[in-house]
Write a protein that binds this ligand. Sequence first.
Ligand SMILES: [Cu+2]
Length: 177
Amino acid sequence: MNFGVFTLTTLIGCSFMASGALANTRIGDQPHAQGYNHPEHVSIGRPAAGGTITRTIEINIKETKSGYMLFDPDAIHIKEGSVVRFVINNFGDLDHEFFLGSFDEIAKHKQWMQKQPDMKHDDPNAVFIASGTSETLDWNFSNKANLEYVCLIPGHREAGMFGVIMVHDHLAREQGN
Ligand SMILES: [Cu+2]
């Protein structure tokens, strides 16, 4: 049964990740926390590190009466080479976070967060936004990529907290007719 083998492999993988997490409690040792720095990962760009901001993008976090938690906007096109300042406003009653990464990195990190629900990120590609506050995150989109931004607090992505970023070398809206 392929399904049985898959489940067993998944369980072994999860317990391995959990024991790794317990052994390394320093924030910098989170699995994949520094993923943008590893050449074998899909490159998601790099921290802006004091570079000149070329574009500011405001993102509002809202919680709806019907139970959704949302980023607005939830899809963003960015030109390759842009240094972006995200201004993230949390209008919700709950605390949230903004975590930028590749789809693969986020899927792995999400599994790990379910084991560490009280974890707060302290990485250049993530920021925690308390209810009613605003935070900024600066990022250099140095190469073409399809990326995701999510809130990895358990249950929040499922409630709608994810969006996509497409980094292209050209943007259709800037090309005219
Ligand atoms: Cu959230």
